[in-house]
Design a binder for this molecule. Structure first.
Ligand code: FAD
Length: 462
């Protein structure tokens, strides 16, 4: 039995009140706040860090995926994502929209993302509260009417007519006791965590030298000396070319456990420093390599999902399913990172995973066609819709959910979790919240045909 103490009841100040309160300023929350404010709602955006962007900045995650059709170049998300890209472009922080559509993702500079986010939030008159953690909800009669927040000023309350939960982990809906699901149906395990990092001091290497270096890393992985899920440390995922920005680390655990998060942070950093030492000692040209930066937080791919009136599934992704209440589009594939944190080569795996034969990555090791497994992708040059019902949690009122924690299965969210899709969902959530406020109705009752018309009027592709 855990030892317990009783926390005494106390009065706390109501420090702010708005039509729409958005918890979390990542790809799911930022566009939601901007869209709601542009439609005339008063908006408060609450973010625990000192900057906006979520994993786009705090995770150094890049590029923004899901902006075009599956393996195609036709845009499927425009609206705020396109505007955001164009504004980063004017700062030299992203390609033009047209160029980005020719690439598999939108490469960008995390500092440009932060600055554009600040400017767009400022211009829309969103009240921004940084360095503030949402810790609880205020519920009356089954309706969430506000949030409890904590910051250096202590414990306070913020009230709102519609609350948008864009915390990634569905913190608000969870605190309001909305039904939740998590991970794989059969064991609840979620995708492994991982971090991007930037590796500097090697910019003048030739293509051939880089290829040799990657091959050395691959061999070290095969021998178990290094532990990554791919050897491509020389990848450049951002718009900048002065350093590498690989996505190669993986650590399994429960991202809702501070102990597991702590372990993940430390283990991933250890792997990154192991790689650095390996490169310095074994690869000519890397003697002066250094860790330019590790991300401020370990990246969480999957945690809680709300249960909405519809749950996006792997089949929806595979078949490029369309819905009458579509409010956003996704095209990313069922991209699952082993919930055991398994790293390549798979044959070193000693984990007794009950689904090993069905694991796409295990299978891929045998048929060597990991990135061409048709049954994990939407049809070519196509997309799947995100229905509005995935944003509306069951059993509670006053809340919409945006970003990766929408109602989706383990497979469904594996596609919909990427940042381009989250930004499209965010624009839809914010626009829906503004309609609900204007009409004095619950988000559940929003006329989706009107929502879709409004989104189209704002340049979104639905
Ligand atoms: C290792 C890794 C690699 C990835 N690679 C790619 C990629 O290449 N391309 C791509 O498009 N996507 C990629 N993704 C997925 C993508 O980054 C995320 O799914 C996406 O950022 C989710 O957006 P979100 O807004 O829902 O959540 P987040 O980006 O996590 O944002 C949530 C925000 O809410 C804040 N927050 C959370 N809880 C609270 C609270 N209680 N109070 C106040 N604030 C709170 C956080 O600080 C954060 O700013 C990757 C993810 C990982 C982990």
């Amino acid at each position: 039995m855990a030892r317990m103490i009783t926390e005494p009841a106390r009065e706390i100040p109501i420090v702010a009140e708005a039509d729409v309160v958005v918890a979390g300023g990542g790809p799911g929350g930022l566009p939601a706040a901007i869209a709601a404010a542009r439609h005339g709602a008063s908006v408060i955006l609450i973010e625990r860090y000192g900057f906006l962007g979520g994993l786009a900045t705090a995770g150094l995650v890049a590029p923004i995926l899901g902006h075009t059709t599956s393996r195609g170049t036709r845009p499927i998300v425009e609206g705020l994502l396109k505007e955001f890209t164009e504004r980063m472009h004017t700062l030299g922080g992203a390609p033009t929209w047209e160029e980005a559509c020719q690439e598999w993702g939108i490469r960008f500079d995390a500092e440009a993302f932060k600055y554009v986010a600040d400017e767009m939030v400022r211009e829309a008159n969103v009240q921004l509260l940084l360095h503030t953690l949402v810790t609880d909800v205020i519920v009356e009669g089954g309706r969430v009417k506000g949030l409890i927040i904590e910051n250096k000023g202590g414990r306070q309350a913020v009230l709102g007519k519609v609350i948008i939960d864009a915390t990634g982990d569905a913190d608000v809906a969870f605190r309001a006791s909305a039904p939740m699901r998590q991970g794989r149906d059969f064991d609840g395990r979620v995708q492994s965590m991982g971090s991007f990092f930037h590796l500097g001091g090697v910019s003048d290497l030739s293509e051939q030298r880089r290829a040799e270096a990657v091959e050395k890393v691959r061999r070290a992985m095969e021998e178990g000396e290094l532990r990554f899920y791919n050897p491509n440390f020389a990848n450049v995922n951002t718009i900048r070319h002065g350093f590498f920005s690989p996505n190669m680390t993986r650590w399994a655990g429960n991202p809702l456990s501070a102990r597991d998060l702590t372990r993940a942070e430390m283990e991933v950093r250890r792997e990154v420093w192991r790689l650095l030492r390996f490169l310095q000692e074994n690869v000519p040209g890397f003697e002066r390599a250094y860790i330019h930066s590790t991300s401020p937080q370990v990246g969480v791919r999957e945690s809680r999902q709300i249960v909405g009136d519809y749950t996006l599934t792997g089949d929806d992704v595979r078949h490029g399913r369309k819905f009458e209440d579509a409010v956003a589009r996704g095209s990313w594939w069922i991209d699952i990172h082993c919930p055991f944190g398994l790293t390549y080569p798979v044959h070193l795996c000693t984990i007794e995973c009950p689904r090993r034969e069905k694991c796409p990555f295990w299978a891929a090791e045998h048929d060597k066609s990991m990135f061409h497994r048709e049954d994990l992708y939407p049809p070519e040059d196509d997309w799947y819709d995100i229905p509005y019902r995935c944003l509306v949690p069951q059993k509670i009122e006053g809340v919409l959910v945006s970003g990766r924690c929408i109602s989706a299965t383990h497979e469904g969210m594996a596609g919909a979790r990427v940042m381009g899709t989250c930004m499209a969902i965010g624009q839809a959530a914010g626009t829906a919240a503004s309609l609900a406020v204007r009409q004095g109705i619950q988000p559940r009752a929003v006329d989706v045909a009107e929502l879709r018309r409004t989104l189209r009027g704002d340049g979104a592709l639905v």
